[in-house]
Design a protein around this ligand. Sequence first.
Ligand SMILES: [Zn+2]
Length: 402
Amino acid sequence: MGRGIRYVAAHEVGHTLGLPHNFASSNAVPVDSLRSPEWTSEHGTTPSIMDYARFNYVAQPGDGVEQFAPKIGAYDEWAIQWGYQAMPDLETQEERARRLDAMIQEKAGDPTYLYGRQSFRPQDPRSQSEDLGRNAVKAGSLGVANLKRIVPNLVEWTREEGSNYQELEEIYGEVVGQWRRYLGHAARHVGGMHETFKTYAQDGPVYDPVPAGRQRAAMEFVLENGFQTPSWLTDADVLRRFESSGALNRVREAQFGIMEAVLRPERLARMTEITAMNGRESTYTPTEMLVDLREGVWAELDGSEAIGPYRRNLQRGYLERMRELMTGNTVPDGIPEGLLERARSTPVDVSQSDIQALVRGELRALEGEVEQALRRAPNEMTERHLRDVLTRIGDILDGEEA
Ligand SMILES: [Zn+2]
């Protein structure tokens, strides 16, 4: 707790000295470094205390890591030097500006000194809140591994003689929140754009798509860790100590949140534009992404597998999001007026974009797969679910409210 308070105090003093959040900072760190006792003792979690990188969820039991909180780092010292150094040897404002520019040029391309601005809906997956390390899939996998260790120990670790289970409920909620965070960190790679601020002196684009391989790996991570039912999270021994019901809905809400994020019009529009500008060969195209998503969410249709209750919820969530995409509004939506600038989203006129053609194509393909699967539905509930799915698809394609 002392180290935690020390971190927050230093971070807030950073603000009083004029430093904004630098959400790209933690991206400079190779994931393996976060498991090194030597590296973490010296550097904490990130080169800047102005990131949100507040505890090391990557380190695994047995790694020997002892410093889990961030520390003041190389970026912070450099930024303070840039802002506050005395330059008594220089006479004019122009000379001082040149020296400051030289400081920037010297560090250009070095991720330790990269600045990534805070945004409401980050397009640059390097600039995210509460993420760690250079590879969100690798870091998130290690984070999930730790959560899986925590859940079976929650009752024991929150135990306090004479207390009720309020603490258990709160900490369990934090575990769920942390799981969602790892999924969000990965999901934002899909259709992501790197933003690397430059001046005329520096080569290359400021905006550059996330490499296609990274996007595909992120999608795979979401399908595996988010959309396959997280049975490790729905431990009856934990849940039945503080609630009579709620597990199904909690998982549904978390999964729908990620579904919404993956199927955001701005993301699909960006993916279409990246394909247009960079060509199909080097791009994770929106079509490819939607096929990956359909195959992951509807994996049971391939064989004659029963579809369980969590997966039925997920599949209805998918259809709900597809229905929303067919309404044809201009987005971003759901962002308060004053926050539009911070959302940094380019508006998309959904009905005049490729989005509805993409969605229609997916729903038609899905309809065919569901019809096939219905013939070999292994149980009554799966059959009823699939019939309901067909009705919903029909309603969406006919333009009726589901
Ligand atoms: Zn802050």
